[in-house]
Design a protein around this ligand. Structure first.
Ligand code: 5GP
Length: 198
């Protein structure tokens, strides 16, 4: 059986990754979404074990010490990390894995697993991003400013990514992402292995 591929999705806060990811999962039920661990408190409507594993700082530290994370990073005052075991299990089952992580985490995964595909989800403009982030109403102005600043720093680094997807409409972004995932499965190594299996 073929092994699944890892797709890393990065993009600034407020760009709409959550919506895009939800639509992607709905149109591709075999795709496995990696639920991250975080020390950030849950937002209204967020469910433990579904959106994140919400951990105390002490528990997060325990997971680091036990080498439970494929990667972890600090983002605007909180820790976020990808638990390794579920990702590996899904890939062994032949499922593609989606990681929604910030850029330092993406770099760590890239260093360990260079075959992972890095995709940057960009806003149509910075003004639009600010509008979306304020409209979301989940952070105060100081946090919004930190997140925007961080977004611009990440943008500069993301030019080395494999793909850029502009989220002007969710439909276009989801179409592009599905096309990328499909194309990545047409690479010679995978196709040759498939032919040789039969
Ligand atoms: P939020 O607090 O808005 O849910 O997420 C803040 C940032 O943390 C986003 O850029 C998100 O992609 C990133 N993030 C979420 N989970 C992880 C993770 O497991 N590892 C890393 N490095 N970043 C993550």
């Amino acid at each position: 059986m073929r092994k699944g591929k890892t797709f890393i999705i990065c993009g600034p806060s407020g760009v709409g990754k959550g919506t895009v990811v939800a639509r992607l999962l709905a149109s591709n039920p075999t795709l496995y979404f990696s639920v991250s661990a975080t020390t950030r408190p849950p937002r209204a409507g967020e469910v433990d074990g579904v959106h994140y594993h919400f951990l105390t700082k002490e528990k997060f530290r325990e997971w680091i010490d036990a080498d439970e994370f494929l990667e972890y990073a600090q983002f605007v005052g909180n820790f976020y990390g990808t638990p390794r075991r579920y990702v590996d299990r899904a890939m062994d089952q032949g499922r593609d894995v989606l990681l929604d992580i910030e850029i330092q985490g993406a770099e760590q995964v890239h260093a360990k697993r260079p075959e992972a595909v890095r995709i940057y989800v960009a806003p149509p403009s910075w003004a639009e991003l600010e509008r979306r982030l304020i409209g979301r109403g989940t952070e105060d102005m100081e946090k919004i400013r930190s997140r925007l600043e961080r977004g611009r720093q990440e943008f500069a680094v993301a030019k080395d990514f494999d793909y850029f997807v502009i989220n002007d409409t969710v439909n276009r972004a989801v179409d592009d992402l599905l096309a990328i995932m499909r194309s990545e499965h047409c690479r010679p190594d995978e196709r040759i292995a498939e032919i040789n299996r039969h």
